[in-house]
Design a protein around this ligand. Structure first.
Ligand code: FAD
Length: 113
């Protein structure tokens, strides 16, 4: 997979592709270069501790009185597991609820938020 649009369409203004690679790059990249650039942006801005992988958001609600979003997550299930989100055992052990002031939804075109 390669970028299907020139990198200027997905470049952070505060951290250019030239900043990351230390030379003026071509307009289109393979996926590995985009991954490297995003990792560089994450590291330089010390964002690692804000990022959690392999986690499904399974519920989201807004509380009018606290003005906060309540986000319920659970570790992403392995396709081979038979555990269901709905079993009482799973609910007790693997569900986390956190509160946030803001939520950005970026679930892609193929998922319903
Ligand atoms: C067949 C195909 C080929 C393509 N080829 C190219 C190409 O060569 N070059 C190119 O530049 N673009 C290509 N694209 C387009 C590119 O893949 C998309 O534009 C890009 O991936 C969109 O990024 P995104 O982050 O918005 O969404 P996505 O990449 O779809 O990411 C959304 C993420 O959210 C996660 N998610 C969804 N729901 C939840 C939830 N409840 N909890 C936690 N996580 C959740 C999903 O698992 C996914 O990882 C292609 C697309 C398709 C379908």
């Amino acid at each position: 997979m390669w970028l299907n649009a020139a990198y200027v369409h997905n470049e952070f203004m505060s951290y250019s592709y030239a900043d990351h690679f230390q030379f003026q790059t071509t307009a289109f990249f393979p996926r590995s270069a985009v991954h490297s650039y995003l990792q560089g942006y994450t590291e330089i801005n010390q964002l690692d501790h804000y990022i959690t992988g392999s986690t499904d958001v399974i519920d989201l609600s807004y509380n009018d009185s606290t003005k906060k979003f309540s986000v319920t997550t659970t570790p992403t299930l392995d396709a081979s597991t038979t555990t269901s989100y709905k079993t009482p055992q799973f609910v007790q052990t693997a569900i986390t609820v956190e509160e946030f002031d803001y939520v950005a939804i970026a679930t892609g075109s193929f998922n319903v938020p």
